[in-house]
Unconditional design. Structure first.
Length: 102
């Protein structure tokens, strides 16, 4: 809009510096019971990795105890954690994943 009146919104817009949103990583944890195939499926369905990347990430978790599945804004990351935990519980697996500030 050409004229925002006094205390000009137009000028304030030019002065504003907006920080980028914080990045949050979804980290998946190893356990002794969740089937490898289930973890690979979750990594494909919820984090959009292809089967090769999903298998590599699953094996990294299996060997190192944890790995980053993806990095998102806070709300998206939190929703991914909830959906993954719900899918794991529904299937009867103890799979755990957590949110961390990237
Ligand atoms: N350690 C599990 C097994 O041997 C496989 C597994 C991988 C479980 C990754 C969880 O996040 C995980 N069946």
């Amino acid at each position: 809009p050409p004229d925002e009146g006094q205390g000009s919104v137009v000028e304030e817009r030019q002065l504003q510096r907006v920080e980028p949103p914080r990045a949050y990583q979804v980290v998946m944890l190893n356990d002794d019971y969740t089937p490898m195939e289930f973890v690979v499926m979750v990594l494909q369905q919820h984090f959009h990795h292809d089967i090769d990347a999903a298998t590599q990430i699953m094996l990294k978790i299996h060997h190192e105890g944890r790995a980053v599945c993806g990095v998102y804004t806070r709300d998206v990351a939190a929703t991914k954690v909830e959906l993954v935990l719900a899918a794991a519980r529904r299937a009867g697996h103890p799979l755990q994943c957590i949110l961390e500030v990237a």
